[in-house]
Design a protein around this ligand. Structure first.
Ligand code: DQA
Length: 144
């Protein structure tokens, strides 16, 4: 099973940005965590981070026919990006949304998720573990 893990803007700043909310572990730590649980669970993982909306749209479009599913943390684009929502709808691959923090318990503007509307599930507030929960959900869902 091949999964594409997409991470949006400022997630490359993990460990530095707002540690009270996002913790002290770095983006490299997140990549290592994803790679490890994927190796343990027979999942082939590609991990991509971008600060640019269009690059994330391109990555979603290019996933068609290549990946079995998408795990996406659109970061701030969660709350603004109809383009990412439309890209997920266009490829119609099973997708799961992840957020390190619990966006339902933060500012009002974080309560809406556009990409989430094209995702089968959302795991928010579980830190790094949310990525594993999302991947294992897709593994079960895809029967692989
Ligand atoms: C985030 C939550 C978003 O609201 C925020 O803009 C982020 C990170 C999270 O993982 O908790 O950049 O997606």
């Amino acid at each position: 099973m091949k999964l594409l893990f997409l991470n949006g803007p400022n997630l490359n700043m993990l460990g530095i940005r707002e540690p009270d909310i996002y913790g002290r572990k770095t983006y490299a730590d997140l990549e290592a965590y994803i790679k490890q649980f994927c190796a343990e669970n027979g999942i082939e993982a590609t991990i991509f981070q971008s600060n640019h909306e269009g690059a994330l749209v391109d990555a979603i479009q290019q996933a068609l026919g290549v990946y079995d599913g998408i795990v996406i943390n659109p970061a701030a684009y969660t709350h603004t990006s109809i383009a990412i929502l439309d890209a997920l709808k266009a490829v119609a691959l099973p997708a799961v949304e992840v957020h390190l923090s619990d966006i339902s318990k933060r500012e009002e503007f974080r309560k809406i998720s556009y990409p989430g509307m094209a995702c089968e599930k959302t795991f928010a507030g579980f830190g790094f573990e949310g990525y594993k929960m999302a991947a294992l959900y897709l593994k079960e869902r895809l029967g692989k």
